[in-house]
Design a binder for this molecule. Structure first.
Ligand SMILES: *Cc1c(COP(=O)(O)O)cnc(C)c1O
Length: 384
């Protein structure tokens, strides 16, 4: 039995160890650990990679979202439309800015924010729409930006799972007002700790975000606004530069695993595979299947040595943190159904053919109907 962990980050280090060690050694010897040349170079590289004019590196993906919202002037009394089906951080960034997250349900097939529900959620207080490119699948940006333009709203993209993904051939972040990325270790572009960034093609917005990551100052000790700090450090930036050079290759390997799963898990009873929208070139941060008997499937895979995860088991409106926010149980049924049915299979650039074989075999065995009880058994009476 081949055991397959859900994700093993040691394999990424094993592939790049020598380069990462050299990058880390260079920073350690430099004596410069914050606000130095590595961050500046990474910002330039990542902006260019995304096709954006500017990149503002910060301390985490959550901070990236919060800083983008604050720099757009969003605050108390404002509303921001968020997907009901997403990671907690998408909603929390809105709350952290002092505004109110207003959830809209996802499309059943893609699990991404359904533009059809957005217009009905807009009120006089709405200031922005925050689509999430969930699982590495680009959201329906054409429809979302058209609605935003009609109502004079900002679009702040949560691209924490979508480094390198393309929407109609353009990278996520290319020409965006603001697209926020996370460099959490397990993300497609992952640091060896926390990190995040916002890319934008709006120079003034980039300037306001830079203020917000450094105590409101451009020049040391001249504080223009009351703001905290949130910084990517030189060590993480140096590591990210090494990994950015591999991102396309690693995303292509993920796509290879996804193609294999899509081919060999196709047509199984009670198992829905991810749907790729016609405008989307996903980067397969996660490969998420759906099953009405998800928990049983997960148990059987665990018995076969296959690690899985659930993204996410509790919808944000059902967490204790948002229990009193005005979205009682049952009010967002699509998000609740997804939370009960989604299952993430092992996925990553280091999942080799033997591992993918083992996942396919185990999933097929777990969802295939068992041998019918009326078939002849060696110890039973002969069938007539
Ligand atoms: C990871 C993630 C975040 C938060 O990123 P951190 O770097 O962990 O703060 C936000 N949104 C989504 C969708 C994520 O997956």
């Amino acid at each position: 039995m081949t055991a397959v962990p859900f994700l093993d980050l040691r394999a990424a280090y094993a592939e790049l160890g020598a380069e990462i060690d050299a990058a880390v050694g260079r920073v350690l010897a430099s004596g410069r650990y914050l606000e130095g040349p590595e961050v500046a170079a990474f910002e330039e590289d990542f902006a260019a990679y995304c096709g954006a004019e500017h990149c503002v590196a910060v301390g985490s993906g959550g901070d990236a979202l919060e800083i983008a919202l604050l720099a757009l002037g969003i605050g108390p009394g404002d509303e921001v439309i968020v997907p009901s089906h997403t990671f907690f951080a998408s909603w929390r960034s809105v709350s952290a800015a002092g505004a109110r997250p207003v959830p809209v349900e996802p499309a059943e097939d893609t699990a991404n924010l359904d533009p059809a529900g957005v217009e009905a959620a807009i009120t006089a207080r709405t200031r922005a729409i925050l689509p999430v490119h969930l699982y590495g699948q680009p959201a329906d940006l054409d429809a979302i930006t058209a609605i935003a333009a009609r109502h004079g709203l900002a679009v702040v993209e949560d691209a924490a799972q979508a480094h390198g993904a393309r929407h109609r051939g353009r990278r996520i972040g290319a020409g965006s007002l603001a697209a926020a990325f996370s460099f959490y270790p397990g993300k497609n572009l992952g640091a060896l700790g926390d990190g995040g960034a916002v890319v934008t093609s709006d120079a003034a917005l980039a300037g306001r975000m830079r203020l917000r990551r450094s105590y409101g100052s451009r020049v040391k000790y001249r504080h223009e606004i009351v703001a905290g700090n949130s910084r990517l450090d030189e060590l993480q930036a140096a590591v990210l530069r090494v990994k950015l050079a591999r991102l396309d290759e690693w995303n292509a390997r993920r796509a290879g695993v996804a193609a294999r799963y899509l081919r060999d898990l196709h047509g199984l009873d009670g198992l829905a595979l991810p749907v790729v929208a016609p405008w989307a070139e996903p980067v397969w941060h996660l490969f998420v299947v759906r099953s009405p008997r998800r928990d049983e499937l997960r148990r059987r895979l665990a018995d076969a040595g296959i690690g899985t995860q659930i993204h996410y088991p509790v919808p944000v409106h059902r967490t204790a943190a948002y229990a009193a926010a005005g979205w009682p149980p049952g009010s967002l049924p699509v998000a609740e159904r997804l939370a009960a049915e989604v299952l993430s299979l092992p996925m990553g650039p280091h999942l080799d053919k033997a591992a993918a074989d083992a996942v396919v075999t185990a999933v097929r065995a777990a969802v295939q109907p068992r041998t019918p009880t009326n078939s002849p058994r060696p110890d039973g009476p002969p069938s007539t």
